[in-house]
Design a protein around this ligand. Structure first.
Ligand code: DAH
Length: 354
């Protein structure tokens, strides 16, 4: 029997079988097959006793080497498989903290920006500051005196009808209301200037105003105005007209001009309506400007002496002009917004354009 078994060939077969084992269970089975009791080597070793002493020694030596080789191969393969299994298990258990960015990289959160009306207010302030004006503000809740009386609109004056508003308190101790225009800030500034002795005044006063109006394409019940006030010596209507023209081209661009048309306001004399070239058609006339080529922006005029007297400024010594116009209307004109109500509908698709 020993003569029929080639020990070297047995070792080579065992090497191949061990090499192809791919799990711990397989290597265990292979180990039994190549070196267990039923293995070819066990059969060879059982036959040793029948050999002569020399042959037994030689073959015994060879068997020992073969067993040592095979055991070494089995052990090496077993530890390789263990290492492979461990690394597979570890790879499976690994927590990939960066996994959430493995797909499309998400856009950074959007930061938003100032509302168009705030941007417009800032831009208007910049233009006037560039012309030498200061910026002032006044309260949104006014007394009857500031909103009307001091502006030459005594109780029951018909001009009050233009400014129908929301009253907060009627009569005692005094009537208070949401201001209908920024003109009352003129009164605050003039009173303060008299008290502090800081005439002349060159100021613009932006802010929110309220009227009991039904919103439409060109009006909002809560809207914004910027008021202008100059009180100085020797001021003429030409200063007013020049100031408005400089502002118009600075804000709307060199193609857009201004014109003043006679109007009436109780707090200015003479008074004018202030119009600018239609920003849609640039002059020839279109639907937006009712075919006139002009769009009304606000009112203006020379300070009525009655207003100076109401705040204690001597109208023989001081002269001045004032103007007031809509900030929302400016935004509408400059950006060609068909319906002013879009400004307050909070539709992000509309607002993010600006
Ligand atoms: N306060 C007026 C309004 O809201 C606009 C206005 C007209 C303001 C003439 C002025 C002015 O300062 O002089 O309709």
């Amino acid at each position: 029997m020993t003569g029929t078994v080639d020990v070297d060939a047995v070792v080579e077969e065992a090497r191949a079988a061990i090499g192809s084992a791919s799990s711990l269970e397989e290597i265990r089975q292979v180990a039994v097959a190549v070196s267990g009791k039923k293995s070819p080597l066990a059969a060879v070793s059982r036959g040793l006793g029948a050999l002569d002493p020399d042959s037994r020694r030689v073959l015994g030596q060879k068997l020992h080497e073969a067993r040592t080789t095979i055991e070494g191969l089995v052990e090496r393969r077993r530890s390789d498989i263990e290492a492979e299994e461990l690394s597979t298990e570890m790879a499976g258990a690994r927590i990939d903290l960066t996994e959430f960015v493995t797909g499309a990289i998400p856009a950074p959160p959007s930061r938003g920006h100032l509302h168009l009306v705030s941007q417009t207010r800032d831009a208007l302030e910049d233009v006037f500051v560039g012309m030498g004006f200061e910026v002032a503000e006044g309260p949104e809740i006014e007394s009857d005196w500031y909103n009307f009386g001091a502006l030459n609109m005594p109780p029951a004056h018909p001009a009050r009808g233009m400014f129908d508003t929301l009253y907060l308190n009627l009569g005692e101790p005094e009537t208070t209301l949401l201001r209908t225009h920024t003109s009352p800030v003129q009164i605050h500034l003039m009173e303060d200037a008299v008290v502090n002795g800081v005439l002349p005044i060159h100021s613009v006063m932006p802010g929110r105003c309220y009227r009991r109006d039904t919103p439409d394409a060109r009006h909002l019940a809560v809207f914004h105005q910027v008021e202008g006030l100059v009180v100085d010596k020797g001021i003429t209507f030409a200063d007013l007209a020049g100031t408005i023209e400089v502002f118009t081209t600075a804000y709307f661009g060199p193609d857009i001009h201004s014109r003043l048309r006679p109007a009436y306001f109780p707090f200015t004399e003479p008074s004018a309506e202030f119009e600018v070239t239609c920003t849609i058609c640039h002059g020839p006339g279109c639907r937006t400007c009712s075919q006139t080529g002009w769009i009304e922006l606000g009112g203006c005029g020379m300070i009525d002496p009655a207003v100076f007297e109401a705040v204690g400024i001597d109208p023989d010594e001081w002269t001045g002009f004032a103007f007031g116009f809509g900030i929302d209307r400016c935004a509408q004109m400059r950006h060609q917004i068909a319906d002013m109500r879009s400004l307050i509908e909070n539709d992000i698709r509309f607002l993010r354009q600006f």
